[in-house]
Design a protein around this ligand. Structure first.
Ligand code: CP3
Length: 344
């Protein structure tokens, strides 16, 4: 256990350090539950405008840090920037999920015109945030994992069970493999540029990895993730990569072993005691409070947080939610959680 002040406790934890009080950040901490985010979004006129304006995107990245003093800041962007840079049109309509056109269920990938320059404003955002953050705050970049990103590219929108994409992957393995490879290649470039512009670590969000059978999980989650992690480690030795395969359940030990990720994000369905017993002792873990208990608040929230803190007390642990913070989360509950975790 380390008691001396460390310049970036979250980054140190990703590299294996243990602290009596774990560092904390919350997935999707920059967003709609914050009134200051909603105000800026209304002023700028939409998500994509906000995310591609470095000044605004840097401001949104910093909003939750200013308000709560989290140990980590996550870049304000989206996992769907990669499909946009691969040439699909991207829109976020009010009250509906994101749309990508043309959907690859009925349009070949080769018919798209790649547009990597669409990512340039994001690197400018990274540089602005890196210059503004205080030295104890860890700056996290991110991308979606190829499987999760492919589910949006193929269907053209989000879906409950990713059925269209699973069907496509079985029906035309070669075409699907080409899509996965194109996403993986661009993701390596994208994360590499984020690291060069100033992020300290990166996270791969695999929000839909839970819908795959074991063989498909090996093929479309583990293999491309391992390829991305190896390329990043090769180009940027010492920059940690967090893998977050949501819904992976019993496949987590294989994922941890085979992908080479430096830390593992756990969703709220994972029993922390099982994780503590089943994952390599020195592997840093991140998670895994149920975002819904953060809406309930009160003693239920304290009890759930306590269970996680106890289970991970003697391993490197970053306190987080098991998935993104929900829009109707009361600010006071976030404050209560921070005070509880930090015992202040
Ligand atoms: O604090 C942060 O984490 C900010 C950066 C961030 C966003 N999206 C901003 C955003 C991150 C890390 C994401 C990840 C993301 N985006 C994922 C993986 C994590 C997860 O939640 O599973 C996924 C699947 C997406 C795709 C996406 N983007 C969807 C399905 C939607 C609409 C529904 C929703 O959750 O809001 C978005 C839009 C989006 N991305 C918003 C924000 C703040 C809301 C846009 C708005 O209306 O203002």
């Amino acid at each position: 256990m380390t008691d001396a002040p460390v310049s970036k406790p979250l980054l140190a934890t990703l590299k294996g350090a243990k602290f009596p009080v774990p560092p904390v950040w919350l997935m999707r901490q920059a967003g709609r539950y914050l009134p200051e985010y909603r105000a800026l979004r209304a002023e700028k006129g939409g998500f994509l405008t906000l995310a591609t304006d470095p000044e605004s995107a840097a401001e949104v990245t910093l909003q939750p840090i200013r308000r709560f003093g989290f140990d980590g800041a996550i870049l304000f962007s989206d996992i769907l920037m990669i499909p946009w840079a691969l040439g699909q049109d991207l829109s976020f309509g009010v009250g509906e999920g994101p749309r990508l056109e043309p959907a690859l269920v009925d349009h070949a990938l080769t018919g798209l015109q790649t547009a990597p320059e669409r990512l340039e404003p994001i690197y400018a955002t990274v540089a602005q945030v890196a210059a503004a953050l205080s030295p104890e705050t860890t700056f996290l970049g991110f991308a979606g994992s190829p499987w999760t990103v492919a589910t949006y590219m193929v269907a053209g929108h989000g879906s409950r069970d990713q059925g269209e994409t699973r069907r496509f992957a079985y029906g035309d393995e070669a075409a699907f493999g080409t899509i996965i490879d194109a996403i993986a290649d661009m993701t390596v470039e994208y994360l590499s540029r984020q690291i060069m512009a100033g992020v300290d670590a990166v996270q791969l969000f695999d929000s839909w990895s839970g819908s795959l059978s074991p063989a498909q999980f090996e093929r479309w989650v583990i293999a491309p993730t391992a390829r991305i992690v190896a390329a990043l480690h090769d180009r940027h030795p010492g920059t940690p990569v967090i893998g977050f395969p949501k819904g992976a359940g019993g496949k987590l030990p294989a994922y941890a072993r085979e992908t080479g990720v430096d830390a593992l994000g756990l969703d709220e369905t994972v029993d922390p005691l099982w994780a503590a017993a089943s994952l390599p002792r020195d592997l840093p873990v991140q998670g895994n409070l149920d975002p819904l208990v953060l809406i309930a608040g009160g003693p239920a929230q304290d009890a759930a947080a306590s269970r996680i803190l106890e289970a991970f007390a003697d391993r490197p642990h970053i306190f987080n939610l098991g998935h993104g913070i929900l829009q109707d989360t009361p600010i006071a509950h976030v404050e209560r959680l921070l005070a509880f975790v930090r015992r202040s």
